[in-house]
Design a protein around this ligand. Structure first.
Ligand code: NDP
Length: 435
């Protein structure tokens, strides 16, 4: 706290994890030794740099960019790049900290990292986005490598941005070693990577319900966000027989009482990824209700999947969801639920999964992309999806194992995920000594 008083998101993430770890460490004192906790809250390396680039009018633009190399205890630093005006050190440090435990949960050998810039891709031409991505890599390339640090996408960074960054990385390093994941299929990308986070979140929600002898089939679901994670969460919900009744963006939400259909989803994906327009236009075109400035949590549902951004579901939203009978909340985004809202869900007996468990499918398939690149092979859709499904089931089992479940009470996935992720990282750190 004393060291980072101006980093509220980072402090929030640390507080959440430490709150779960404390009782566990009291029972297992060796995890309190060798400065483990003190080392875990300090990134191994933080890189901050200037990105100067020239816009379409010939004007010089300057952005700030970062890469947080949080922990390499179990493998190369791994985590996405975020391009959004809100990006700052606190947000990237929270994301890198979370990523370390999430990557450990996947069972694949990946450390934790995160990066990004306050650059806003909205309203920029493809050529401007390309020049920005190239300028960013001109500096960042020296810190990356297939065994050092392997970035991917996140908010504002999709296939287009990854392509531009991976291309410049290859040119500068004179090596085709794949240093990004989420690449296009034509140059080393993995099938199912675009779908992986959304699909994985829904697989995880299904496991949570199954553990209580329930199923997603026939349930009503609210999804927030309308980007990569939200789109494929909606697709998998529909495949599993659930009815998705909301989506949102940074300006408002759309309510669709009749439920999403494959045709509406295809229109949404086209609107967000090709035309890059807002949901207000989508609602108009589809004849749906648009609520400006609102979040979707007032709509009564059985399952809520927050898939947009951090702290988008606060205490009041949680209370409304609980009052309306929500049974399960699985996070597709990172830390979308504020700490008091998480407490409210757990106390009300709602099944709640933190993002580091439920959204780990994306980085898991990134890990599978790295394996395919190393083998110089591409696996089929079915093979990757089967592996993704198996990993999500394994993560669910680890959470249950470490959750210290009180008989008759729902699994505490918050405890389970934090402790299971921590134990793997901590064991690796203990074995490698202090450095
Ligand atoms: P996208 O950029 O594809 O979509 C982000 C969505 O969230 C958009 O609908 C966006 O609205 C909305 N959004 C962004 N910022 C805000 C805000 N401040 N308030 C309200 N809505 C906002 O990103 P992703 O779908 O990839 O990422 C979504 C979340 O999932 C993030 O938390 C990310 O860290 C997490 N995640 C992503 C993974 C991946 O594989 N992509 C993996 C694991 C986690 P608008 O269109 O108006 O900007």
């Amino acid at each position: 706290q004393a060291r980072d008083p101006h980093q509220p998101e980072f402090m929030q993430a640390v507080k959440e994890v430490m709150g779960c770890l404390w009782p566990f460490i009291e029972q297992n004192p060796r995890y309190g030794e060798m400065g483990l906790l003190e080392r875990l809250v300090e990134p191994e390396r933080v890189i901050q740099f200037r990105v100067s680039w020239v816009d379409d009018k010939g004007q010089v633009q300057v952005n700030r960019a970062f890469r947080i190399q949080h922990s390499s205890a179990i493998g190369p630093f791994k985590g996405g790049m975020r391009f959004h005006p809100s990006v700052n050190l606190s947000i990237l440090k929270f994301l890198a900290f979370e990523q370390t435990f999430k990557n450990a949960l996947t069972t694949l050998p990946m450390g934790g990292g995160k990066g990004g810039s306050d650059f806003d891709p909205k309203g920029k031409s493809d050529a401007e986005v390309m020049r920005f991505c190239q300028a960013l890599i001109v500096e960042l390339y020296r810190h990356l490598g297939p065994d050092t640090d392997v970035p991917a996408g996140d908010i504002g960074v999709g296939a287009r941005e990854v392509g531009f960054m991976a291309g410049m990385m290859k040119k500068l390093s004179n090596s085709s070693a794949s240093v990004f994941t989420g690449k296009g299929i034509t140059f080393g990308g993995s099938l199912i990577r675009p779908e992986a986070t959304g699909y994985g979140t829904v697989y995880f929600a299904e496991e949570m319900l199954k553990h209580m002898r329930q199923s997603l089939d026939g349930l009503t679901v609210s999804v927030s966000g309308s980007g990569n994670v939200a789109q494929y969460a909606i697709e998998k919900c529909m495949q599993m027989g659930a009815k998705v009744v909301t989506v949102s963006d940074s300006h408002g939400c759309v309510v669709d009482k009749a439920g999403f259909t494959p045709a509406k989803l295809a229109a949404l994906i086209e609107l967000k990824t090709v035309r890059r327009e807002r949901l207000e236009t989508f609602a108009k075109e589809q004849g749906l209700i648009y609520e400006a400035g609102k979040r979707p949590w007032h709509v009564p549902v059985d399952v809520a999947l927050p898939c947009a951004t951090q702290n988008e579901l606060e205490l009041e939203d949680a209370q409304t969801l609980i009052k309306n009978g929500v049974r399960c909340v699985a996070e597709g985004a990172n830390m979308p639920t504020s700490l008091d809202a998480v407490d409210a869900f757990i106390h009300a007996g709602v099944l709640y999964a933190p993002g580091k468990a439920s959204n780990a499918g994306g980085v898991a398939v990134s890990g599978l992309e790295m394996s395919q690149n190393a083998l110089r092979l591409s696996w089929s859709r079915d093979e990757v999806e089967t592996r993704l499904h198996a990993i999500m089931r394994d993560i669910h089992e680890s959470c249950v194992r470490y959750s210290d479940q009180t008989p008759g009470k729902p699994v505490n996935y918050l405890n389970g995920a934090n402790i299971a992720g921590f134990v793997k990282v901590a064991d690796a750190m203990l074995q490698q000594g202090v450095y």
